[in-house]
Every structure is written in C-alpha cells, then in structure tokens.
Design a protein around this ligand. Sequence first.
Ligand SMILES: *Cc1c(COP(=O)(O)O)cnc(C)c1O
Length: 373
Amino acid sequence: MQIETLAVHAGRQVDPTTGAIATSIQLSTTFERATDGSYPQGYIYTRMGNPNRTALEQCLAALEGGAGSAAFASGSAATMSIFQALAPGDHVIAPQDAYTGTTTLLKTMFVPWGLSVTFVDMTDPTQVQQALQPNTRLIWTETPSNPMLKVTDICKVADLAHQAGAVCVCDNTWATPILQQPFQQGADLVIHSTTKYLSGHSDMLGGAVIAQANSDFFAKIRQIQTAGGAVAAPFDCWLTLRGIQTLPWRMQAHSHHAMQIARFLSQHPKIEAVHYPGLEMHSGHAIATQQMRNFGGMLSFQVKGGKQQAFAVLAKLRLITRATSLGGVESLIEHRASIEGADTRTPENLLRLSVGLENVNDLIEDLEQAIAS
Ligand SMILES: *Cc1c(COP(=O)(O)O)cnc(C)c1O
C-alpha cells in the first residue's frame, strides 16, 4: 500500500462493537482480568498499553516501514529513552547543528550520567569517521537539521555506524515519513516529535521512537517507556492519529509553499542567505534530492545587517506569528539564537520560518512588507 493510503488506514478499523468509523478514545487506566487471571484483550494497565496508543504505534511503524514503535509524552521523552537505553561509559556522536533540546539533554543530563559525546559536522562523513571510538554505540542524525537546514547523508552515516557496531538514529521530525524514510537509507531507529507535522495543528505534545527491527536495543526502549511511564496519553494519541490522516497532503502543500518563499527570499536584496534544501544553491541539495521526496516546510534566512534588522522584520510581520515550534497549519517565525541560549552557534541575524498552509501569496506579501520597510 502507498503511504497516502497507510496514513488514512494504518492502525484503524471500524469499531466491531458499535460500527463507529472514527476511533473512540479509551480513557480507562485498567482492564478486566478473566477468571483464570489472563487479560483477554491484551491490555492490563494504561502505562503498559492502551488501545489508542497501540493504534498510533501501529500507524507510525507502518508509515516509516519499521517493525515497531513506542509513543511518548513528548519528542524529548522519546529522545531521552534512546540515551537511557545506552550504558554509562558508552560514546555517542551527535551533530553540531540539531534541535537545541537534544544537545542540552546530552550535555546537562547524559554526560553527568556517564555518556561521552563528540559533536561533529554531520554533513561531513570524514568528521564522523574520525570521531569513532571503540566504545561508540550510537550516532545521532537530524536531517534536515534545526535551524540551519543542513542535510546529512543518512546512507553514509549509517554505514559508518554499522562498521563500528553502533546504532544509527535519525530524528525525522522535520521531513516526516512522507518526505523521507530513513530505514531505506540504513538507519536503525527513527524518532519524532509528533508535536510538529505528524499531529500538525499545534495542539498536542508527543513523541515516538520507531524501530527498523525488533532488536534488544528497542526492547530496552520499550521497557523504559512502559516502566518509566513517559507515555503518550490516549487523547494525544487520538489527536496525532487524526492529524496523520491528512499528513501526506499537508506535506505537499508545506513543501510547495516553502519552495516559493525560499525563491522569493533568495532574490531579495535585503536578505543575506536563505537555507532551504530545495534551492539548487543549498549545499545539501544533491543529497536531499536523493533521500527526500520533497524538501519540506521549514526554512531559515539571514537578514542583512544583524540581530537588530532581524528583530525589525519580526516586529513588522502581521500575518506570520512570532512563536516557537513548527509543523502546524499556521506559519510561525522565530529568532532561534534567543531561545538557544548563550553557547548557540546560530547566527544572530537568522530567522526560522515554519511555512504554514495559508495562501502562499499572503505569506509572501507579509514578508515583503516586513522586510522592505
Ligand atoms: C520539537 C523537536 C523535538 C522535541 O520535541 P518535543 O515534543 O518538543 O519534546 C525534537 N527534535 C526536533 C527536530 C524538534 O523539532
């Protein structure tokens, strides 16, 4: 089955007891045992498993082409579970340009806990190779990356990981399985912040880990999920599954709009640089063309002048909302360096734009008046 069909049907069925087409929400925390002590439906207690979570996990595994999935209360909880599945003394290679929360988790929680981390330019496989150590157990990739839209060659990094006996993880939040399926390039695990495109409406927080195969490493992640309890709530699973039904078509429109805005900005005299893998001039364009079906709805750009000029553009926007996060139907813009803190590598004149589903001409008009004045 093609991915548009999976998005509508995977994990769903007509309710056998009522005939309902829409999935119902199962809020019960506990499930009845049979007289012999067994659990006839397979459910015991909602931290261990819940019908809405099962439905979402089945759908996510189907979309990514994986063997299984574990849904969490946030993308960050999903990230945590992967590092927690390692052991103190293990070494991780992570990208310099990545979601700042992932970097912060590594530095502030997992280095004190006993992991060692080398941050590299993940777009350069030579740097990855040079960072390998005998105890390297995991290589983290995020492509396209936040906020510089750097493109990592998943195939090359996964090969290096496997030669070293390490696991290759891909944060696929920005591309979604509609535009990129990292398992086809050799990744072992995919993580998502389902808060973003998958749910798609800026109204829930969630995350997931999807495994290419049922490994011991994934069994450990599953154990961290069910024993640790940072699980996705039934209603959040329901909202995500609902959002996923329109994901393939939303991603087409997000990509289409972002491409037009990237072209507009790249021709504007007051814009210094535009970072969008769909542009031929982008350093990762060739690899993105190979490993992605389209280039997505995220882009960033640098305003000529500096921080002050970037803030002036932000202040004049009328339609595009100044807010963090991404992947919703509404366009959001953010000065990333401010939120990333003191040791950020993000340029001070950079603005990150999550291109929404409004009419693209309205979006361009808003940017035009804000940049021009
Ligand atoms: C938002 C985001 C996360 C973190 O997810 P939360 O749901 O906010 O915890 C991780 N990776 C990427 C790429 C993100 O955009």
